[in-house]
Design a binder for this molecule. Structure first.
Ligand code: AGP
Length: 593
C-alpha cells in the first residue's frame, strides 16, 4: 500500500517525480524516495523517512536532473520506518533501482538463494529482492527487459514495481500482479503510476495493466512501448483508454485540506451518483433480484454504505442482501455457488480484501457485479457489471463524498429493483443545508472534543450504519476513541462506560425509530451523558441539537445525517492539530491483507 511513479521523457524528471509523489502521498507517507538516471548513465538515489514535503525541504527532489526516474511514497509493511527501508532499493552494484508496492510473499527464500550467490542486502524489506533478481539476470547476459521478466516469474505475492538500470538509461520497465499500475501515454513521454492522478496534467491517455503483465518503455531513437505477459514472456497487445477525470478535480483549490473540499463538494457531486446507464442499472437490479444468494462485500466506509443499502433493498424490494466484511468473507465463501451474486463495493476498486472475495467468487462460478469510483480499477475490470460513483477523485484518506455517492447508487438500485425511479435534485439542496446549518455549532463542539477520550454514536435501523460511520470518521482522523452502535444495545453493556459529560451523538430522525432511539438517549443522559441530538426538531433531552432538514421520504435520512458527522470529525481533527488528509498509520487504498 504505497504509491509509485516513473517517468521517461523530455521534462526535468525531478520536478515530475516530486509532484507525482505529492499526488500519490495519500497512499502512504512514512517515507519517500527517488531514483534518477543522472548524467545519462548512473543511478542516483535520494530517500528518507517522513512526508514528501519534509524530505523535499532537505533533499530537493526538484533539483534532480535527467529524463528517466522512478519514485515511491511508502506505507511500511516489511521493515520499520527507517531510511534504509525507504525505496528505491538497489542491486549490489547500485546499477539497478526498483520501487515496489505490494508484498513479496516468498522474499525469505529468495533472499537466502540470492545471499548464497553473493548478494548483500541493505534493508529489511521484502522489496529489495527485486533489484537483486534483476541483477542476476543481467549478469547471466540477459537484456534488461528479459532480466525483469525473469525476475517477475520468480516472485510470489502482490506487486507493482518499476525498474531502472544504469546500463539502459533510456528504458523503464514496470510489472504488475495484484497491485494497481497504469501507463500514461503522452507525446514523446511516458508515465507509469499507481493511479492516473499524477499524470492528468500531461495526458489523459492510459493503458491499464492487468495481473501478470509487464511493460517496457523506451525513449531513445523514438518512443516505443511493448507489453508482455510475464508468465509466458510473450508480447501482447493492449488498448489505450481515455481518462475522464481532470487534473483540477484532484487539487485542493482554496481549501486547507482535501477532506474539507471533498465534503463541501457533496451537494453537487451527490447528484452525479444518478448519472447511470439506464440499461446497466436495470440489469444490475434484475441480477440482484434474480440471484439465489446476493452477497455484498466491502471494507470500512464502503461496508457501512452497504449496510444502508441492505436496509433499503429490504424495505423497497423485499430482497435480503447478505452484507459481509470483505476481510471476513472467507467464512461465508463456502456458501457460494454458481447461483450466487457477489456485489463488490469499493471506492478505490483496489482493496485487497475485496479482491480476494472476487477471486473466491469467480472460483465458485458466481456472478460478480460492482459499485466503484475508480473506472478501470481492478474491481471494475473483474466485474461483469459496474455502477460508478461518479464523485471524481477522492484524495483525503477519510472517505466522505464517496460514501455519500455509494448511498446514492444503492438508493437508485433499490428503487430500480422496485421498478421505480428516484430524483436526487432536492436532496442536493438538503445536503447543502446540512452543511451550512450546523457548521458553527460543530466547530464549537470540536473544541470540546479536543479534550475527550471517548465518544459514542447511536442509531437505529438504517441510522445504525451511519452511527458506525460517524465513529469510524472520528477515530481515523482525530484519534479520539469512538464507538458506533445500535441505540438499543447500549443498555446491554456499554452503558457502564457512560459517565458525567461523556458525549453521545444520537441519530434521531423522525421515522419509525424516533421514540425508541430518543429513549435510549435519555437512558444515557440519566447516567450523565451529554446528548448531541441529530434530528429535524430540537428536543428537551438534547444538550446540543444538530439540525437536519425535514424531508418528505424518511428513507433518505441516512444520507442527510452523514453530513454533520463528517464535519464533526474534520473539525475535531483540526482542533487536535491532526492532519485529516493523512492520518497516522493509514493509507487511502489498502492493498495488503
Ligand atoms: C474510510 O474513511 C477509510 N479510509 C477506509 O475504511 C476505507 O473505506 C476502506 O479501506 C475501503 O476502501 P475502498 O472503498 O477503497 O475499498
Amino acid at each position: 500500500m504505497c504509491g509509485i511513479i516513473g517517468y521517461l521523457g523530455f521534462r526535468p524528471v525531478g520536478k515530475i517525480l516530486h509532484s507525482g509523489l505529492k499526488a500519490l502521498e495519500y497512499r502512504g507517507y512514512d517515507s519517500a524516495g527517488v531514483a534518477v538516471i543522472e548524467g545519462g548513465a548512473a543511478v542516483r538515489i535520494v530517500k528518507d523517512t517522513g512526508k514528501v514535503d519534509e524530505i523535499n525541504s532537505s533533499l530537493k527532489f526538484d533539483s534532480l536532473e535527467g529524463h528517466a526516474g522512478i519514485a515511491h511514497t511508502r506505507w511500511a509493511t516489511h521493515g520499520g520506518v527507517t531510511q534504509p527501508n525507504a525505496h528505491p532499493h538497489v542491486s549490489c552494484g547500485g546499477a539497478v533501482a526498483v520501487v515496489h508496492n505490494g508484498i513479496i510473499e516468498n522474499y525469505k527464500e529468495l533472499r537466502e538463494d540470492l545471499r548464497s550467490k553473493g548478494h548483500a542486502f541493505a534493508s529489511q524489506t521484502d522489496s529489495e529482492v527485486i533489484p537483486h533478481l534483476i541483477e542476476e539476470g543481467l549478469k547471466a547476459g540477459l537484456p534488461f527487459d528479459k532480466a525483469v521478466l525473469g525476475a517477475c516469474a520468480r516472485l510470489k505475492g502482490s506487486f507493482a514495481f518499476l525498474a531502472l538500470s544504469s546500463a539502459n538509461p533510456s528504458e523503464l520497465m514496470a510489472a504488475r500482479n495484484e497491485s494497481p499500475l497504469i501507463v500514461g501515454v503522452g507525446d514523446n513521454e511516458f508515465f507509469v503510476a499507481s493511479d492516473c492522478i499524477p499524470f492528468l496534467d500531461y495526458t489523459k491517455k492510459a493503458v491499464f495493466l492487468n495481473d501478470g503483465e509487464a511493460v517496457w518503455l523506451k525513449a531513445e531513437g523514438g518512443f516505443e512501448m511493448k507489453f508482455f505477459d510475464f508468465k509466458s514472456g510473450r508480447q501482447i497487445m493492449k488498448e489505450i483508454s481515455e481518462i475522464k477525470w481532470s487534473a483540477s478535480q484532484a487539487q485542493k483549490g482554496e481549501f486547507e485540506h482535501f477532506m474539507l473540499k471533498e465534503i463541501m463538494e457533496e451537494p453537487f457531486v451527490f447528484k452525479q451518483s444518478a448519472f447511470q446507464d439506464e440499461l446497466v442499472l436495470k440489469d444490475f437490479a434484475k441480477g440482484v433480484l434474480d440471484a439465489k444468494d446476493a452477497f455484498v462485500v466491502a471494507s470500512g466506509t464502503s461496508f457501512h454504505a452497504s449496510l444502508v443499502g441492505r436496509a433499503w433493498f429490504k424495505k423497497l424490494a423485499a430482497k435480503d442482501l447478505k452484507v459481509v466484511l470483505a476481510s471476513e468473507f472467507a467464512l461465508d465463501s463456502e456458501s457460494l455457488s454458481k447461483d450466487s451474486l457477489v456485489i463488490a463495493v469499493s471506492q478505490s476498486g483496489e482493496t485487497a480484501d475485496v479482491l480476494d472475495c472476487i477471486r473466491a467468487a469467480k472460483a465458485a462460478g458466481a456472478r460478480i457485479f460492482s459499485i466503484v469510483n475508480v473506472v478501470g480499477s481492478t474491481v471494475d475490470r473483474l466485474s461483469e457489471k459496474t455502477l460508478y460513483l461518479n464523485c471524481g477523485p477522492e484524495v483525503g484518506v477519510a472517505a466522505t463524498k464517496s460514501f455519500l455517492n455509494q448511498l446514492g447508487v444503492f438508493c437508485l438500485l433499490a428503487f430500480a429493483a422496485k421498478g421505480e425511479k428516484v430524483d436526487f435534485a432536492e436532496l442536493g439542496v438538503f445536503i447543502e443545508q446540512g452543511l451550512e446549518w450546523n457548521r458553527e455549532k460543530l466547530k464549537e463542539l470540536a473544541k470540546e472534543f479536543k479534550f475527550r477520550d471517548n465518544v459514542y454514536f447511536l442509531g437505529r435501523g438504517a441510522s445504525y450504519p451511519i452511527a458506525l460511520e460517524g465513529a469510524l470518521k472520528l477515530k481515523e482522523i482525530s484519534y479520539i476513541h469512538a464507538e458506533g452502535m445500535p441505540a438499543g444495545e447500549l443498555k446491554h453493556g456499554t452503558l457502564a462506560l457512560i459517565e458525567k459529560g461523556t458525549p453521545v451523538v444520537l441519530l434521531n430522525p423522525p421515522d419509525s425509530s424516533f421514540t425508541h432511539a430518543l429513549n435510549n438517549g435519555i437512558e444515557a443522559k440519566a447516567r450523565g451523558a451529554k446528548i448531541i441530538g441529530v434530528g429535524v426538531e430540537n428536543n428537551e433531552n438534547y444538550d446540543l441539537w444538530l439540525q437536519l432538514p425535514k424531508i418528505e421520504n424518511p428513507l433518505f435520512y441516512p444520507i442527510i445525517e452523514t453530513i454533520p458527522l463528517q464535519l464533526l470529525a474534520y473539525y475535531s481533527a483540526v482542533e487536535r492539530g491532526r492532519d485529516p488528509d493523512k492520518p497516522r498509520n493509514l493509507a487511502k487504498s489498502v492493498t495488503v491483507r
